[in-house]
Design a protein around this ligand. Structure first.
Ligand SMILES: [Zn+2]
Length: 246
């Protein structure tokens, strides 16, 4: 896949929209934005509409100085070769059309059988993760993180160690372990985990480096800026056993 991360920080000229609008909750909007940027680099201004229309997977229109491109959401996050076919299609070249048709044929079954819905479940029994997410976004003050969403993960069983949180780079989704949705777990700890995962969005692993560190020194420095960092670490050390017993 082309390097979307390079493109994340730049703004697009054209618009990005979803049809139906509710689709925007289920589609990785960061990846959609990245695709739009990549298209703009080759085509100029692009208004990109991401649809759920299976009968018409791709269409492109050109007005004076901008392209309007409508694509089915399965193109979001597609591979290089498909991206090139898409550009070819927009430029009306036969190879592009052929590439698109091959891709659609190969993916038709998975589209039909796979629900695209990503399960978002930020409201737990005790904690609403969106509240922490918003507070931490205010604290970090970085616009590029605003599309990151947060959800309680699903309950697994029989684990001897747990990850409190994870960050899915492609879906721009933070999952928090449901064992933390308990009233004896202090809010500052859950909030700290959300903060930590947001920092992964701020410091994506450097693809150019051979040994990638998920937690480089600048990550660790920033992590300590969480106002209750010391308390959170202390609480974790004192309570890890109890959490694992859950
Ligand atoms: Zn981490």
């Amino acid at each position: 896949m082309f390097s979307l991360l390079d493109l994340f920080s730049k703004r697009t000229k054209g618009s990005l929209s979803f049809v139906p609008r509710s689709l925007s909750d289920d589609i990785d909007s960061g990846a959609a934005r990245g695709l739009q940027r990549a298209l703009e680099l080759t085509l100029g201004t692009v208004d990109l509409v991401v649809t759920d229309n299976r009968r018409r997977m791709v269409s492109a229109k050109k007005t004076r100085n901008r392209h309007q491109i409508r694509i089915h959401h399965m193109f979001v996050g597609c591979e290089d070769s498909v991206f090139e076919a898409l550009v070819g299609f927009v430029n009306d070249c036969p190879d592009g059309r052929k590439g698109i048709n091959t891709f659609i044929a190969a993916n038709n079954d998975s589209i039909r059988n796979q629900p695209y819905k990503m399960e978002l479940n930020p409201v737990g029994n005790v904690y609403d993760l969106d509240v922490f997410r918003k507070n931490m976004l205010d604290l970090l003050g970085d616009e590029s993180l605003e599309d990151i969403r947060v959800s309680w993960g699903r309950k697994g069983s029989g684990k001897r160690s747990i990850r409190f949180g994870s960050f899915d780079f492609s879906q721009r989704l933070i999952r928090i372990h449901p064992a933390l949705d308990e009233d004896w777990v202090p809010d500052f700890f859950v909030e700290y985990v959300v903060y930590h995962e947001l920092l992964h969005g701020l410091f994506p692993p450097d693809e150019s480096q051979e040994r990638r560190s998920l937690h480089p020194p600048e990550f660790r420095r920033k992590e300590k800026e969480y106002p209750m960092y010391e308390e959170a670490i202390r609480w974790e050390n004192e309570n890890i056993e109890r959490i694992l017993r859950q």
